[in-house]
Ligand binder design. Structure first.
Ligand code: DAH
Length: 365
């Protein structure tokens, strides 16, 4: 019977000798204690507890020892590794706490500091106002059309039944470009966009045309050489004055509030026949006890724009079959409309670019 081989010579494995293990452990503990932050501790962990660390290598050598030497060596290496791991965990916890504390100090924010000291600005009320108007019509299935501000005389006047000798030409104080022979003007109204639209599209046509217009007016609280208009044009079969009235009533109530309707007063425009001036129910007194109302000055109504049934001569000049189609058109000042809406007294506030005005009114619409 063979028993354990008790007189077997222990194999010398230097790495697991008490002195080596102790030295490796002490070196590890010293390095752990010296690690100043988590980053350094990570490197220490890899050097002293990683797969290639002296103690890990010593652990691997245990298998090469004779069986009777393994237990003692195993305990020695195991204790050393345990001590190192414990020290690593303790230092890591310590450094973690320090790290948190440092972040709280370094990344602290003074929430009492003032912020956003640069004004962010706002879109101009004329831009948002023109968009609001366009939206009201787009919601009814209309399209938005635009034309150039430097316009051919023919489109600004002749196509709209304002012939060369028409007295109404002098009613619109026109800026002419040089040389006069070019017959080019700064458009005096948005009505040439009607002509452009009819010339390029086939009916049915439903367009709204906001834009800048120019007249040689003085610059004062109610006039400006540059201002804004919005034109509307509907061309279809069987269009009547009733469609025009319904459309403008809807426009007025969307713009100024439920119950604000319009009335027509007979008037004259060369491009419409019949023609009318459009008034709005005064949106301040609503026509009730108007005598004391400063907005409509006792009238109960406020002038808003012009409108009418498109003159067949205009349809013909623009290539629309006037025996089949009829249409209505209207035009009003956007600036004036916004002055009503915001209770502005002076037209100039819309043009002078004071940011206090823009921020107060620009984003509101
Ligand atoms: N173009 C006219 C003006 O500037 C306004 C106007 C009146 C436009 C009647 C129209 C209209 O389309 O039908 O005074």
């Amino acid at each position: 019977m063979s028993g354990p081989n008790t007189d077997y010579d222990p194999v010398e494995v230097a790495a697991v000798s008490p002195a080596e293990v102790e030295a490796a452990r002490d070196a590890a503990l010293a390095a752990i204690a010296a690690a100043a932050d988590l980053e350094q501790l990570k490197a220490v962990r890899s050097d002293h507890a990683g797969d290639r660390s002296p103690l890990a290598l010593a652990n691997r050598e245990i298998g090469a020892l004779p069986p009777q030497a393994r237990k003692e060596a195993g305990q020695r290496v195991g204790q050393a590794r345990g001590a190192v791991n414990q020290a690593l965990a303790a230092r890591s916890a310590e450094l973690e706490v320090e790290h948190e504390a440092r972040i709280l100090v370094e990344e602290s924010v003074d929430v009492t500091l003032p912020t956003d000291r640069d004004p962010v600005g706002a879109r101009h009320p004329l831009t948002t106002g023109a968009e609001l108007i366009a939206d009201i019509f787009v919601a009814m299935g209309w399209e938005v059309a635009e034309g150039p501000v430097i316009e051919a005389e023919w489109l600004n006047f002749d196509a709209l039944n304002l012939g060369p000798d028409h007295p109404a030409r002098t009613m619109q104080d026109t800026f002419w470009t040089d040389p006069a022979d070019d017959h080019v003007v700064l458009r005096t109204h948005t009505s040439p966009v009607q002509a452009r639209t009819m010339l390029t599209r086939t009916p049915p046509i439903y367009v709204v045309c906001p834009g800048r217009v120019f007249r040689t007016d003085e610059y004062d609280a109610t006039h400006s050489p540059m201002f804004h208009q919005v034109e509307g044009l509907a061309i279809d079969e069987g269009i009547s004055m009733a469609h025009l009235k319904g459309t403008l009533d809807h426009f007025a109530s969307q713009m100024f509030g439920e119950g604000i309707t319009t009335r027509f007063r007979p008037s004259y425009f060369p491009f419409t026949e019949p023609s009318a001036e459009v008034d709005l129910v005064c949106f301040v007194c609503r026509g009730v006890d108007s005598d004391a109302c400063r907005t409509c000055r006792g009238e109960g109504w406020i002038e808003w724009g012009g409108c009418g049934i498109v003159n067949p001569r205009v349809l013909q000049a623009c290539g629309v079959d006037s025996s089949r189609y009829s249409g209505f058109a209207f035009g009003m000042g956007i600036d004036r409309t916004l002055m009503f809406r915001h209770g502005l007294e002076d037209l100039r506030t819309l043009f002078e670019g004071d940011v206090r005005f823009t921020t107060a009114f620009g984003s509101e619409l």
